[in-house]
Design a protein around this ligand. Structure first.
Ligand SMILES: CC(C)(COP(=O)(O)OP(=O)(O)OC[C@H]1O[C@@H](n2cnc3c(N)ncnc32)[C@H](O)[C@@H]1OP(=O)(O)O)[C@@H](O)C(=O)NCCC(=O)NCCS
Length: 367
């Protein structure tokens, strides 16, 4: 049984006291211009570059850091200038010695492989399937992109080169992969309006923990090189092992919020609203340390309890909004899932979306 309750709760009625406070923020004093993004003349879900910069500062993003950003646009409400403004604000805060990294994953490549077609990986042209903020970063002239079967990244800034130039033949979560480089650089994971469900660093932790239900897979691909030439090569992938019932995950599903909540309880996560979006920051290193230690005790720390595939651990801030069913680029049905202050302020809110006020477990539940 899911531990989420309150389906259909009216807009704006959800824990306003919890969603508008800032938790676990860094102790250093905020600059004068970084007051919490309260109502603007156009309302709290009208977000400007200044609001974004102030919010990123509140969660402790600092100049010179490497930030791995998972994002959705809709949760903010309305961002003046769209995705370009979010990217500009992130670069403002990280500064010239910082590095902005986004996932630019391509599930379409899985569909091509399944169809038996000769797969072409084209890093310069394959669009990102990880949202418009990610695609905006990828298209910037100074962005570098890794070559990967599914798990590519685009990076801008000082450390873009070492992150983007890793060996494409490695498994995506190998310690010598882009993830390994980011871990070495003390990357900060930033979640914009999405929960830990979209934190790929949790998959990295699964890899490092050698969970038995996933394995490395080698893909034969063609790769378009920067000069336009095409080479035949192999790339690493990381997939669930075939399950006894033939489904993608078997009798458990992924629940990365569970470790996310545990991490929040250690004080390692900063949380704040920016406009209507709940935004979080944590050090990838903190997550990995916690996850690997917990997985030593029980590797199911990343997954739902047995037979409870709909279970998602609740989080203390904001409400969850689940979209209608949408197909990913591989043709698989998926539901988009956002974490917001007011569900009805989500851009393009639809009445068939499910609003859930998370019921937060009193203690870390047993697997
Ligand atoms: C899939 C996902 C990107 C969908 O989120 P989304 O907000 O609907 O999509 P985008 O971020 O691409 O934003 C596009 C939407 O923003 C909205 N939008 C457009 N302009 C906007 C603005 N100025 N301000 C706010 N919202 C705006 C529109 O509704 C647009 O949707 P449309 O093009 O269908 O009209 C998101 O749920 C997600 O999962 N993000 C994380 C991805 C990730 O990193 N995954 C890694 C592990 S799998």
């Amino acid at each position: 049984m899911s531990n989420l309750v309150g389906i259909g709760r009216p807009a704006g009625a959800a824990r306003p006291e919890a969603t508008h406070r800032m938790r676990n923020a860094p102790q250093d004093p905020a600059p004068q211009d970084s007051a919490p993004s309260g109502p603007t003349p156009s309302g709290p879900s009208h977000v400007t570059r200044t609001d974004l910069v102030a919010g990123f500062d509140r969660i402790g993003l600092r100049p010179g850091q490497v930030a791995l950003v998972h994002s959705a646009m809709r949760p903010f409400g309305h961002v003046e200038g769209g995705a370009e403004t979010v990217v500009d604000a992130l670069l403002d805060v990280l500064g010239p010695r910082g590095t902005l990294v986004v996932p630019t994953f391509t599930f379409a490549h899985e569909a091509t492989t399944a169809a038996g077609d000769r797969l072409l990986i084209d890093p310069a042209n394959d669009p990102s399937e990880m949202g418009t903020i990610s695609e905006t970063v990828r298209r910037r002239p100074d962005a570098r992109r890794t070559a990967a079967f599914r798990h590519s990244f685009a990076a801008i800034g000082r450390r873009a080169e070492p992150i983007a130039s890793v060996d494409h033949g490695l498994a995506p979560f190998d310690l010598r992969s882009a993830f390994g480089v980011m871990l070495a650089l003390d990357a900060q994971v930033v979640l914009l309006g999405v929960t830990y469900a979209r934190s790929t660093s949790h998959h990295f932790a699964e890899w490092l923990s050698e969970v038995p239900y996933r394995h490395a897979v080698v893909r034969e691909v063609r790769l378009r090189q920067p000069d336009g030439s095409i080479i035949e090569t192999t790339m690493g992938d990381y997939q669930p092992r075939p399950s006894p019932d033939g489904s993608y995950y078997g009798s458990r599903a992924t629940d990365f919020n569970r470790l996310g909540l545990m991490l929040e309880r250690t004080g390692a996560v900063s949380v704040t609203p920016i406009g209507n979006a709940i935004v979080r920051r944590f050090a990838m290193r903190s997550l990995i340390e916690l996850a690997v230690a917990e997985a030593e005790r029980d590797h199911n720390i990343f997954r739902t309890p047995e037979g409870q595939k709909a279970h998602i651990t609740g989080l203390p801030d904001g409400v969850f909004v689940f979209s209608h069913e949408i197909r990913d680029a591989a043709g698989r049905p998926e539901t988009h899932f956002w974490n917001v202050v007011n569900p009805r302020a989500v851009a393009g809110f639809r009445d068939d979306w499910r609003v859930v006020v998370p019921d937060v477990p009193a203690a870390d539940p047993a697997p």
